[in-house]
Design a protein around this ligand. Structure first.
Ligand code: ATP
Ligand code: MG
Length: 437
């Protein structure tokens, strides 16, 4: 009787799950994943692991493929090969993570090339294989594409020179942190999402005590949205040349100041002398380097030298660069390769040629290049970026529409220091004191 009752309860439970599962998945995907998706995927993993690893050649036979049978050598596939040992699957936001122990002789690349088979066997959206300990690989599975409709918390406490610009594929927030990487390169084909990422960045920096400058040689079309919050906006090359010369002079003045008090960076200056950090945003950098006449050549040379000087001197003096463009190749001019080498932070949106992806991500890994080239036209705002740990990740920026950008700029217009001659940071607000250190 009791057994029958248990069966009825079990059946009722299965029916309830089948009825509410799809609705739960649609309305509360994370709850669905924790309650149903994750346990079901773990079960599937455990039930299919041996067959899966045997099929893709990762299970290793216990016995050799040849054996002596009397006077004869018999050749064949030994029965029940041993699959690599699977660790305990850990629940992650919208996915799971499991560590697998390699058999002697196996390398992580052998797992990386069979991820498609794993995706199908586990019925998940995507699988990534990484290795951070010798002899082990970390397999991360995502239940769905978290970048399809990224949701980012609205209010986070602002931290100086850190901007929450979107969401990373692994569910973490995508933060552009100028204290980790002082200068950033953003590349991508037209309509891939460069300006939207810049809008997201400026919206985050606007409430902070930071001086924002813009160079936008598309007639100021893109950056003029934030004009109220910018200390200066250069919309022509002549203006850009002047602004860059002034910024180099400011950087030199800061250097002199640091030297006079024995500080190695502006962050070591006494509070009274501390300077406001500067972020210079260049949208469509190629325009700075295009030249037709001889006179322009001299101007381009000056612009190129000053941009490079800012990149080289900048970090310790609180001068940061964000350089965006469709192409940032050496064909633009001799200074471009040297400038690119100074831009440690990299973001690569959809690209139209492999060369551009290689320029942006070349020093990461081949997988990162492949992932950048797989970004489709429909995935505007999706990019490949390097995390704090040097690992690359897919990410998507917050979709900041022009109106939002304009409103944010107007709201914080009073925080834009006057130019030329930046004012000294007002340190009366103790809450932000710590972030200078
Ligand atoms: N994160 C995002 N989420 C959703 N849509 C986006 C996102 N980023 C960009 N888009 C869409 O893509 C369009 C083009 O983006 P954006 O203007 O930023 O591209 P761009 O790379 O600056 O192009 P261009 O090189 O022509 O200036 C935007 O108008 C917007 O509709
Ligand atoms: Mg643009």
């Amino acid at each position: 009787m009791a057994v029958q009752f248990l069966w009825v309860v079990l059946l009722a439970l299965v029916l309830v799950v089948m009825a509410v599962g799809p609705t739960l998945r649609r309305s509360y995907p994370y709850v669905w994943w924790c309650l149903l998706g994750y346990p079901a995927t773990v079960l599937r993993m455990l039930l299919t692991w041996r067959r899966l690893t045997t099929a893709v050649g990762l299970a290793v036979p216990r016995r050799p493929a040849r054996a002596l049978f009397g006077e004869m050598v018999v050749k064949g596939d030994p029965l029940r090969p041993v699959p690599p040992r699977l660790g305990a699957p850990k629940l992650r936001r919208g996915g799971l993570e499991v560590v697998v122990r390699l058999h002697p002789g196996q390398v992580p690349e052998q797992f990386a090339v069979v991820v498609d088979a794993v995706v199908h066997a586990w019925r998940v959206h995507a699988v990534r294989v990484t290795s951070d300990a010798r002899g082990f690989v970390r397999v991360t599975a995502l239940a769905w594409d978290p970048l399809a409709a990224p949701s980012v918390p609205h209010s986070t406490r602002p931290v100086l020179l850190r901007a929450l610009v979107g969401l990373l594929e692994d569910g973490r927030l995508w933060v552009i942190d100028f204290r980790t990487a002082p200068h950033w390169l953003i590349v991508g084909a037209t309509r891939s999402g460069k300006s939207t990422l810049i809008a997201s960045l400026v919206k985050q920096l606007a409430p902070q005590r930071v001086a924002l400058f813009g160079i936008d040689l598309k007639g100021g079309m893109e950056l003029s949205l934030f004009e109220a919050r910018l200390s200066a906006l250069a919309a022509s090359r002549a203006q850009a040349a002047q602004l860059l010369a002034e910024l180099v002079a400011e950087a030199e003045a800061r250097m002199e100041l640091c030297r006079s008090v024995g500080a190695r960076s502006i962050w070591e200056l006494p509070a009274k002398l501390r300077k406001v950090p500067i972020v210079l945003i260049v949208d469509e950098v190629a325009e700075l380097y295009l030249m037709a006449t001889r006179e322009e050549k001299a101007e381009v040379g000056e612009v190129s030298t000053n941009l490079l000087r800012l990149a080289q001197l900048g970090a310790a003096l609180g001068v940061h660069l964000v350089i965006a463009g469709q192409r940032v190749g050496s064909d633009l001019g001799p200074g471009v390769t040297a400038l690119r080498a100074q831009l440690a932070g990299r973001v690569c949106h959809r690209v139209s040629d492999p060369g551009t992806a290689e320029m942006a991500l070349g020093d990461l890994s081949k997988d990162a290049l492949d992932a950048a080239q797989r970004i489709t036209l429909a995935e505007q705002g999706v990019a490949i970026t390097a995390g704090d740990d040097g690992q690359w990740l897919r990410a998507r920026s917050i979709h900041v529409v022009p109106d939002q950008a304009r409103r944010a700029a107007r709201k914080y217009a009073h925080l834009a220091p006057a130019w030329p001659g930046l004012t000294t940071a007002d340190d009366s607000d103790d809450s932000e004191e710590g972030v200078y250190l």
